[in-house]
Design a protein around this ligand. Sequence first.
Ligand SMILES: *Cc1c(COP(=O)(O)O)cnc(C)c1O
Length: 482
Amino acid sequence: MADPFARFEADAHAAVEALARYLRESAEGRGPVLSQPPLRELAAGLEVARWIREGGLSGAPFREFLARYLGATTRLHHPGYFAHQVAVPEPLGAVGSLVDGVTGNAMAIYEMGPAAAAIEFAVLDWMLAKVGFTPAPLPPAPPSPAPHGGGVLTHGGSLANLTALAAARARAAPSAWRDGVGARLAVLAPEAAHYSISRAVGILGLGQGALRAAPCDADGRLVPDRLPAALDALRDEGRAVMAVVASACSTAAGLYDPLREVGALCRERGLWLHVDGAHGASALLSERLRHRLDGIALADSVVWDAHKMLRTPTVCAAVLVRDHRTLDGAFQQDASYLFHEKDEPGFDFLHRTVECTKAALGLRLFLALAAEGEGALARYVERQTALAAEAAALLARTPGFEVAVAPESNIVCFRVAGSDERQLELRRRLLAQGRHYVSSTLFRGRRWLRLALMNPATRLEDVAAMADELRALLGAAEGGAC
Ligand SMILES: *Cc1c(COP(=O)(O)O)cnc(C)c1O
């Protein structure tokens, strides 16, 4: 086909048809939820080297390639997918990724993507309001006398945590940008905090010695009553606390830190509170569940991933701050070809991000939201949370199974009797059957099997079938290696 536009149309149609079939099959539980052939075999089967060399992939060979590609994907829409905290993408949100791919609007500066920037600004305002921060006036707006909230979408929660902590560093040590981190800073975070917090501490030049374990209970939740003593000890050591980090919720077990008490204490002492709500902030949508995040508006910064519980295709994460000026000051740097005085009808996000070229992340989130509506997404979060409670009850009554802790989100940790190695071996065998996909985690010093119930198509029966399969595997392994 000579006409490149007609070729695009034909290939894109073929891809959409194949994907629609894929969605249907996956949702019906057909095809393995995952299979992991050797990489070398896949690269050969996909003829990667050949197509790079020759080019011209289109038409029938493209359809064949896509069929093979889809055959080796992990099926997130399969009801047996309950492994990792990655959204089962809402299909219209995924169409947003396609639109973004075709238009290529790298919208960190307004002139490179006005529609994308307008959508990002507006969805950020929607998120700010959910948190309880003051939404930003839509540009062009006269400079507002009162500080308001602000935000930016980043390529993932890890980058969002780095961005928020860069803003915290700019406040605690304003000279650090120019002179480096001479000051003896500290970040106080629960040990259960996501590893991206520790990475951010490293990247920001604080040194791992600056990351201190906040006092926590046996399940890893922050204990506010013991926080003052921990803060006093840091002060006596000559460390300035750059940020207190709270998880909402934690990654491993999905437990929420008590934000109101921690927030009140941070307010009293003038300390920056960073709430990592990458997974759990979506509970803010639900009147029934938002009490888990009670006090979140006391935070200085919040991270909220849309590609976890908002059905948004990977990746799309929000950094939200109570006072927009703190985020505006996070990266104090100049790139004269991008940053210059402009007569602006819109808004440049560039000064708020690590990224320079940035995808139209807001479009994915917006289309997922617009297809479902916020009410339906609230029901989705409620449903998955209720399913986790039912799954935990079911697993707790299964002979030989133990549940770690009553779930507070859609995450369930459980194990069978025996060593940590036994959990991992059992998981390997379960995954090899291709019907159920679970993850695993360390919690309270032990290895657990872990369900992240992301899929709206997963029912309690699917969890029960997984438990039956595990018991059959245990039975088969009696006296064996497992
Ligand atoms: C998933 C998660 C992150 C990391 O987010 P990515 O988008 O995977 O980079 C950070 N914090 C918490 C609490 C998380 O659950």
